[in-house]
Design a protein around this ligand. Structure first.
Ligand SMILES: [Zn+2]
Length: 87
């Protein structure tokens, strides 16, 4: 009985547009999402570098570390904004 509705994973950008009402929070969430995406790309690159032994793995590791620090900074700014603004 009933139609089995296939649950599509929500698109994060679409989710942001419909759920983030505070402009600054939206901006911070967008930056956070970009930082997370960047880390995902670097992980892919890292895997390829290791698999193919192209000797780029140290460069990628340094970039991953920097990208991780950037993501944490944005996350901290986002959390303190939410706390201060109550949004
Ligand atoms: Zn806010």
């Amino acid at each position: 009985m009933g139609n089995a509705v296939l649950q599509k994973a929500p698109d994060p950008e679409e989710f942001l547009e419909t759920h983030a009402f505070c402009k600054e929070k939206y901006m911070l969430l967008t930056r956070f999402l970009d930082a997370v995406k960047k880390i995902g790309r670097l992980h892919q690159w890292h895997i390829q570098a290791v698999i193919h032994g192209v000797g780029e793995s140290h460069t990628v590791e340094a970039l991953l570390q920097r990208a991780g620090e950037e993501k944490n900074r944005i996350k901290a700014a986002l959390l303190s904004h939410i706390e201060a603004h109550g949004c």
